[in-house]
Design a protein around this ligand. Sequence first.
Ligand code: ADP
Ligand code: ZN
Length: 298
Amino acid sequence: MRRYAGVELGGTKCICVLGNAAGEVRERAQLPTRDPQATLAAIAAVLREWHSASAPLTAIGIAAFGPLDLRAGSPGFGRIGATPKQGWAHTDVVGIFRQRFDVPIGITTDVIGAALAEGRWGGARGLSDFAYVTVGTGVGAGLIHDGRPLIGCHHPELGHARIARAAGDDWPGHCRFHGDCVEGLASGPAIAARCGASAADLPAAHPVWPLVVHALGQLAYLLVVSVAPQRILLGGGVLVQRGDLFDGMRAHLAASLNDYLDIAELKTGLDRYLVPPGLGADAGPLGALAVAIETHVA
Ligand code: ADP
Ligand code: ZN
């Protein structure tokens, strides 16, 4: 049996999974994300236990928070970019595993990984063009075009799209780089900074939610008019428990489109177009597993 290891490197926690080509997880380990050296060494120790002479790992896949250098042939391939996450900027994530394991190693962003997993096993099966959006500690979108991750001179960073503000809202936003980009308005930390309470503790009737919907509806609209995905899946910690926000986002998207485009996928109903992920909270770790599988096949 082929043994694939997936590592989801998250802002607060890392999840390692050992699984097979069908996406069946046999082992799972969770570690807190601390400084890069301690965190990556602890992950490597978990993988080392899963990698024995009699049962070697076939490949390792890493799905990491970004931004990441994913340009083929780049000397910095697999390095983290200018993350606000303390101590992690410019960490050579893939290099640390290459030094320790003589097996194929793949790396991509957490959202591209989740998109790959949704395409294989979840809510985007059978589609060639789709988007996976996470709304959690950050906001990010992984885009699949023609069955492959869409990566130009950089992976897309649509979570940082600059958008129109809701009428009367002049709160400056929470993104260190842009203030009121989508992430600066709709991420969990942005909601908490604006409201003075964790997003998880806010009632459904809190006035911040229409503002979050306003930002995410625009992100969905930007996706439709730029890459025209066949479906948009939206997950992450903020949305996983907030299924009630979907109708608002669909209504916002419909109003923005204003019947301009003749798209069959949209006509069958936005409730099948703008949807929660099929894999729920497992999209992240299964995404890392999908990266391992794709790396091995490639
Ligand atoms: P990460 O982005 O680090 O992978 P998550 O996707 O789990 O993490 O997102 C974490 C964010 O989700 C936190 O900012 C948290 O406040 C928010 N969150 C968690 N539970 C809820 C909830 N029930 N409602 C709204 N927001 C929530
Ligand atoms: Zn931003």
